[in-house]
Ligand binder design. Structure first.
Ligand code: HEM
Length: 407
């Protein structure tokens, strides 16, 4: 269910109009070219999502002339594309001279070679061994375009908070306790069971994943896994909401079935109606101590609780799209009274600002081990951002091996 948007290959391939160019040297290069703007695809737009752009075109290179190919491509396991790193003369340059309006460029990606697609090893093999290459390429499948598309989405839909929660709950199921295991693997994409059915995840499969559908449809798995996309989307969101610029590392593998979910949310994801002991019980087996628990809870500066999802009701701060240390200031400075929501959940409300706290939030000022960090972060936003960035990066990498620094 993650990739509901149609891909350009899948839905538009039959509509492609072919333009035969007048290539100068047909013996070395047969210039049959297809150009198509896949933003014309009927991508899922019932959420009013910003459009994502990419184009597909075809190139035919005939190696029988003896000329070298002239293409340096990047190979990365797990990807289904070969991004062009450089053009180095040869047939590629000859092609570009004959097709100046639609040249192959650094940053475009080869998505199929002589009928082979998805399997990049087979694609590379064909590049080496076949004498005539029918290449299908796509534009705008780069990290920079991906970040640009995420920025457009977060700005237009103000959806940073729910994207943060998506990444948190994808990774936060990790535990070294009973039934050890779990890691960020985007298992919530599957609607037939597993993590998408956890009560604690209410709203994430229904709202957060569809918000990303145009972007995942374009980039996953070609350039990035869904789990990496969710991590990156959260970090782009923090930056756009005024928070720290958190580095994302890559290489999380996607679950292929809902059965790759952890067995249950119990002892893995925290409950809002419980206190300090519960928080420690949940976070310690993930490797997080008091300081981490407080810093991470500072994410409640953004977003809100929804009656129809968690049963809690309201936002923690007056500006729920701004990431700062206002959550800690609210805990120390505002006066909260207990109430019960229409869904029967106990929570606290400040009448003056109409903002809320849950029992788990109040635990941070009631427990002395936690309170000292609330004091620190309320007084010093830089200290909060530094500690948050460090703890959050560890959350996003729980249970992951050998992540890499670049996509
Ligand atoms: C400390 C224990 C925590 C508890 C008990 C808790 C509980 C909750 C609950 C009940 C909601 C409301 C969900 C809804 O109604 O849609 C919520 C929202 C949220 N949580 Fe937490 N959470 C905790 C920690 C965290 C952490 C570690 C992060 C990230 C670092 C986080 C980020 C968020 C965000 C951004 C939202 C708002 C989502 C939105 O606006 O849709 N939470 N949390």
């Amino acid at each position: 269910m993650g990739n509901q948007a149609c891909s350009s290959e899948g839905c538009c391939a039959g509509d492609e109009g072919q333009v035969t160019s007048t290539a100068a040297d047909q013996s070395a290069l047969e210039a049959t070219q297809v150009l198509e703007d896949s933003s014309a695809c009927p991508r899922k737009d019932d959420l009013g999502l910003p459009t994502v752009h990419d184009k597909t075109y075809r190139v035919r290179l005939d190696k029988r002339s003896g000329e070298k190919l002239g293409l340096d491509v990047d190979f990365m396991e797990g990807r289904t594309i070969l991004p062009i790193m450089a053009l180095t003369g040869g047939l590629a340059e000859t092609w570009n001279k004959a097709n100046p309006l639609t040249p192959m460029q650094k940053g475009d990606s080869i998505v199929a070679v002589n009928g082979a697609s998805v399997d990049v090893v087979a694609m590379l093999d064909k590049c080496k061994n076949d004498s005539v290459l029918e290449l299908t390429l796509r534009t705008q499948l780069t990290y920079e375009h991906l970040v640009g598309d995420l920025e457009k989405l977060v700005n237009q839909k103000s959806c940073g908070p729910i994207l943060v929660r998506l990444s948190w709950h994808d990774a936060g199921v990790f535990s070294t306790g009973r039934n050890a295991g779990g890691c960020p693997n985007a298992a919530m994409r599957f609607s037939d069971g597993g993590e998408s059915k956890f009560g604690a995840n209410a709203g994430l499969p229904e709202v957060a994943i569809p918000l990303l559908s145009n972007i995942s449809g374009k980039y996953c798995p070609a350039l990035i896994s869904n789990a990496d996309l969710w991590a990156l989307a959260a970090n782009v969101s923090f930056r756009l909401m005024g928070g720290p610029d958190i580095i994302t590392r890559f290489g999380r593998a996607d679950a292929k079935l809902s059965t790759e979910s952890v067995p249950s949310q119990d002892n893995r994801l925290p409950d809002g109606d419980k206190g300090a002991d519960h928080l420690r019980q949940i976070f310690h087996p993930k490797g997080f101590q008091d300081k981490d628990i407080v810093a991470l809870s500072g994410a409640h500066a953004i977003g809100k609780c929804s009656l129809d999802r968690s049963g809690f009701d309201g936002a923690w701060t007056a500006e729920p799209n701004k990431f700062d240390n206002s959550y800690f200031k609210a805990l120390l400075e505002k006066s909260f009274s207990p109430e019960t929501t229409n869904k029967g959940k106990p929570q606290y409300r400040c009448a003056a600002s109409n903002t809320i706290m849950m029992e788990s939030d109040m635990a941070l000022i009631r427990d002395p081990g936690f309170k000292r960090w609330v004091d620190t972060y309320a007084a010093d936003q830089d200290a909060f951002f530094a500690d948050f960035s460090e703890s959050w990066a560890r959350v996003q990498e729980l249970g992951c091996d050998s992540l890499r620094d670049i996509l």
